[in-house]
Design a binder for this molecule. Structure first.
Ligand SMILES: NC(=O)c1ccc[n+]([C@@H]2O[C@H](COP(=O)([O-])OP(=O)(O)OC[C@H]3O[C@@H](n4cnc5c(N)ncnc54)[C@H](OP(=O)(O)O)[C@@H]3O)[C@@H](O)[C@H]2O)c1
Length: 253
C-alpha cells in the first residue's frame, strides 16, 4: 500500500513505449508509487521486473487494465480502491493507430481506434473519479493527462502547408481529435473542483506505435517524449490546464 506522502500515478499502456519510459523516469524519485497499467499480465510483469531490477527509489506495481474492456476497467478501479484508497494522477496513455496490420476494413479500424483512444479514457476517468476525489479531499491537486497527438489537431490538418499532410491515418487523427474534445469536457467537469486536466502530445517518438516510430526515421528517443509529462504532473504547467500541450507551448485545436 502506498503511504500518505507518496503520489500514486496510474499510467495505462505502460508495458512499453512512452508509458514505460515515463514510469522509469518518475521512479527516480521516491515520492512516486506507479501503477503500471498493462492489458497483458505477461508483458506487465516483465516491465515491472525490468524496473525493479534497476533498484530505483520509487515503487511500482502492475495493474492489469485493458482499456477496451469495461469489466477490466471496473476491476482495476476496485483493486486500487481496496489497496490504496485513492489515486493522485491518471495518465491515459494507451492507444493504437488503427492502421491496417491485416486487411481490416476502415469501419473496423475506426471502431477499434475510437474504442481504445476515446471510449477507454472516458470510462477510465469516470471509474477513477471517486479515487481522484479522495486525493482532492487530502488537500492535493488531482491531475489527468490524456496522451494525444498533433495528428488530432483540426487546425494543423486544415493547413495545407503543414509538412505532415501526407500522413492520412484517418482513424488515428479523428480519434485523437475526439480525445481532445473529451479532455475539454473533463476540464469543464473537474476544473471547477481544482483538478488539472490536460491533453499532451509527446511529438514524434521512438516506440512500438507503428513501423515509422524509429530513430532512423527521425523519431526522438522515448526518454524525450516522456519527460515533459513530469513537469505537468509536478504542477509546473498548471497554467496551461484544459489545453492541448506539447513539450513547449500548445498546439492549435
Ligand atoms: N510515438 C509517437 O510518435 C507518438 C506521437 C504522438 C502521440 N503518441 C501517443 O503516445 C501514447 C503512447 O504511445 P507509444 O508511442 O508509446 O506507443 P506504443 O509503444 O505502441 O505503446 C502503446 C501502449 O498502449 C497499449 N495498449 C494498446 N491497446 C491497449 C488496450 N486496449 N488496453 C491497454 N493497453 C493498450 C500497448 O500495449 P500492448 O503492448 O499490449 O499492445 C502499449 O503498451 C499514445 O497515446 C500515442 O498515441 C505517440
Amino acid at each position: 500500500m502506498a503511504s500518505e506522502e507518496q503520489t500514486i500515478v496510474l499510467i495505462t499502456g505502460a508495458n512499453g513505449g512512452i508509458g514505460f519510459e515515463l514510469a522509469a523516469q518518475l521512479l527516480r524519485d521516491n515520492k512516486y508509487y506507479i501503477l503500471l497499467g498493462s492489458r497483458s499480465i505477461e508483458k506487465g510483469e516483465a516491465a515491472v521486473k525490468l524496473l525493479q531490477e534497476r533498484e530505483l527509489p520509487g515503487k511500482v506495481e502492475l495493474l492489469q487494465i485493458d482499456v477496451n474492456d469495461e469489466n477490466s476497467i471496473s476491476d482495476a478501479g476496485k483493486m486500487v480502491e481496496e489497496k490504496h484508497g485513492r489515486l493522485d494522477a491518471l495518465i491515459n496513455n494507451a492507444a493504437i493507430t488503427g492502421e491496417p496490420q491485416t486487411s481490416a476494413s476502415l469501419s473496423a479500424r475506426m471502431t477499434a481506434a475510437f474504442l481504445t483512444n476515446v471510449t477507454g479514457p472516458a470510462i477510465i476517468v469516470e471509474t477513477f473519479a471517486k479515487l481522484l476525489e479522495k486525493s482532492e479531499k487530502m488537500g492535493r491537486t488531482p491531475r489527468i493527462i490524456n496522451v494525444t497527438s498533433g495528428a488530432g489537431s483540426i487546425g494543423l490538418r486544415s493547413d495545407r502547408t503543414n509538412p505532415h499532410q501526407e500522413m492520412k491515418v484517418v482513424p488515428y487523427r479523428t480519434s485523437k481529435a475526439a480525445l481532445n474534445m473529451l479532455t475539454a469536457c473533463q476540464d469543464y467537469e473537474y476544473g471547477p473542483k481544482g483538478w488539472k486536466v490536460f491533453c499532451f502530445c509527446p511529438g514524434f517518438t521512438e516506440s512500438n506505435l507503428g513501423p515509422m516510430n524509429k530513430v532512423e526515421h527521425g523519431a526522438k528517443p522515448t526518454s524525450e517524449g516522456a519527460k515533459p509529462m513530469i513537469a505537468i504532473l509536478e504542477g509546473r504547467r498548471d497554467e496551461d490546464h484544459g489545453g492541448y500541450l506539447k513539450a513547449e507551448g500548445c498546439w492549435p485545436w
